[in-house]
Design a protein around this ligand. Structure first.
Ligand code: TIU
Length: 221
């Protein structure tokens, strides 16, 4: 057991039971012409966290701890895309439409890939998920159980959508969750601030939050 300096109080990390989960660091959310921009967002905010996500990933690799990646994407025949998700809002391109980086949020398309700087290496788990939460309609829960993982450190995008949804799913399933503050981002700075505040409120009702430096220092100790 090693304490990670965190809010609202220290996170009691168990080095043999902890994994990093990097949520949806895909071109579709970070690059012009992808899903994020089609929703009207300024995607430049997302690329700014890449160095912090990268050093967190490299720190976990160096410590011999598991790194799990998720990707929000759908089957090419859209059979896992509910109309309520496809038809929502008034985007310039909908999921499945042909964009400048291939079909929007479709498995295997160039735009759906994880950013090259953060790409998974051999042996790392990649979860393709059709929802916002990474437990819904995926094998994530079984994989974590098989590997006796009980604690998850979260990075990725967006803080209040796929990251927070997955943290809430994990919290309900009994996992202890820690969000790396500089390694997550939203298209809306005020939503990131609010998500961090609500996650750690009420005695870590959803989970803890910590700085990347403090996480790295603890896992190397
Ligand atoms: N990965 C993720 O957060 N999916 C989104 O659609 N997020 C938005 O903020 N739109």
């Amino acid at each position: 057991m090693v304490d990670i300096k965190a809010q609202p109080f220290a996170f009691p990390a168990k080095p043999d039971q902890i994994a990093l989960i990097v949520i949806d660091m895909q071109r579709d959310f970070a690059e012009p012409g992808g899903f994020g921009e089609s929703l009207g967002n300024d995607v430049s905010r997302i690329t700014k966290i890449v160095p912090d996500v990268k050093r967190l990933i490299e720190g976990f690799r160096k410590a011999g701890l598991p790194v799990i990646h998720t990707m929000e994407c759908h089957r090419p025949d859209l059979s896992d895309l509910p109309p309520a998700k496809r038809d929502r809002g008034n985007p310039s391109l909908r999921i499945g439409d042909e964009g400048p980086m291939g079909r929007i949020l479709i498995a295997g398309e160039p735009g759906t890939a994880i950013l090259p700087d953060l790409a998974p290496i051999n042996g790392e788990i990649v979860i393709e998920k059709p929802g916002k939460g990474a437990f819904y309609a995926t094998d994530l829960g079984d994989i974590l159980k098989q590997r006796c993982i009980t604690q998850l450190v979260f990075a990725g995008v967006t803080t209040e959508v796929c990251v927070q949804t997955t943290m809430r799913e994990a919290n309900d399933r009994g996992y202890e969750c820690l969000l790396a503050e500089e390694a997550t981002e939203s298209y809306f700075p005020e939503f990131k601030t609010a998500a961090i505040a609500m996650i750690r409120a009420q005695g870590a009702i959803v989970g803890w939050t910590a700085h990347v430096d403090d996480i790295l220092e603890a896992i190397h100790a």
